[in-house]
Design a binder for this molecule. Sequence first.
Ligand code: NAP
Length: 340
Amino acid sequence: MKKALITGITGQDGSFLAELLLEKGYQVFGFARRESWYRQNCASHLNQRIEVLFGDMSEGVDIASAIQDAKPDEIYNLASQSRPGESWVRSAETLLVNGLGTIRLFEAIRHHCPDSRVYHASSSEMFGQATSATQNEQTPFNPVNPYAAAKVYAHQMTKIYRESYGLFIASGILFNHESERRPLHFVTQKIAYGAACAALQITDSPDLNEMGRPIVENGRLALGNLNIARDWGYAGDFVRSMWMMLQADTPDDYVVGTGKIHTLKDLCDFAYQSVDKDWRESVVSDAALVRPLESGQTLADPTKVRLKLGWEPAICFEEMVEKMVHAQIQRLKTIPIKTC
Ligand code: NAP
């Protein structure tokens, strides 16, 4: 039986990946912060099926112990301070976890488990203010926030460790991927939540935003720049690409995305339409929520991952948005709420 270790097991991708690997017959180890594991998280339902090794990505000793205990055949490094917007106020922590944490992981692998195959989670945010219409593995990086800068550092180190020490480290430059498991502080999930509130006629939502206000207040969902455009796919599809990268003969970098672009306005449109509502009646753009410097329009050119690995997304944008709205409706139905 193959053994896999997933850092970031409590997150969206970690939980989908764990499900996929369990289906494939792997023994799955998750690396998680103790306090995160004992509260509700994306992988709580897998509690009895995986083995959790506790630790923090900012502690080299924790990482080395996990590698030594699990002795995994495959390692998926998904742990990260994963919110680009939040990285402005947590820039040092972002570098510590996303940058140095990755190096500590590679060092532990080099010393204790050099034959294991490693997937590292890079990000399309690394392209930042890209000048080309689409981005592939050759597109230069131009990060515009601390999250993206830390990801560029870690990405470069994957190449350095691969080439200098001969480690099998594959890097997935993943474009945005969402799901019903996205935390509520991500804008996509806020929109799904806003649409669910509209469907259930909730004018003041039970869940709060970063400013401690209801996400939906007086029937209004306040968002930042609605014109930003992204390539959004479904997380369940994207974790499949991670596994495929580690089954290849040689380690490589792959851009993973759908190759289709949508604006936040499109997302609002689909989400509210799916519950027969008009987003223009609920969603407002608030200048206070616009990021200091927004990444530009990014669109994946996924030719390489399609041709070399045969990866294709199975769930389209519309289906993904509907899944998210439906999940929020089901969740809100279980919470006592004030309706108009
Ligand atoms: P996520 O849901 O936010 O999960 C992040 C995970 O990292 C959580 O399990 C979190 O644990 C863990 N983590 C954070 N700080 C940690 C620390 N100091 N020590 C140990 N664990 C820590 O993110 P995701 O969407 O699954 O993304 C997975 C990876 O892909 C991330 O590296 C992200 O940057 C990258 N990525 C994501 C996207 C996307 O659109 N989803 C796109 C490109 C790249 P806690 O529960 O303890 O916080």
